[in-house]
Design a protein. Structure first.
Length: 95
């Protein structure tokens, strides 16, 4: 699927939207329902942690990138989710 980015102001009201985007990307990337649920939880927690520590005028970016499997199969081996600014959450989260 490639790279998907979502930029939003640091407000708790946008966390749900970020989760919905992440779930959609995970499903389109071919992840199973257990993995999709793990993506939803991880992205929700990372975004909530980030917006909780930032000024509401700060922009938060959620970036989702799937990694192709080594054997060439169409389903990704993983989905990497990054929430920035990174200094707000202490690092990069991977799902």
């Amino acid at each position: 699927m490639g790279l998907v980015s979502l930029r939003f102001s640091a407000s708790a009201s946008h966390v749900r939207t970020a989760r919905l985007v992440a779930v959609t990307v995970a499903r389109r990337a071919g992840l199973g329902e257990e993995q999709v649920e793990a993506v939803r939880q991880a992205v929700g927690e990372a975004c909530a942690l980030s917006v909780g520590r930032l000024d509401p005028d700060t922009q938060v970016t959620l970036t989702l990138d799937d990694a192709p499997r080594q054997d060439g199969a169409p389903s990704p081996a993983r989905l990497v989710a990054r929430v920035s600014p990174l200094d707000a959450v202490g690092g990069v989260g991977s799902v």
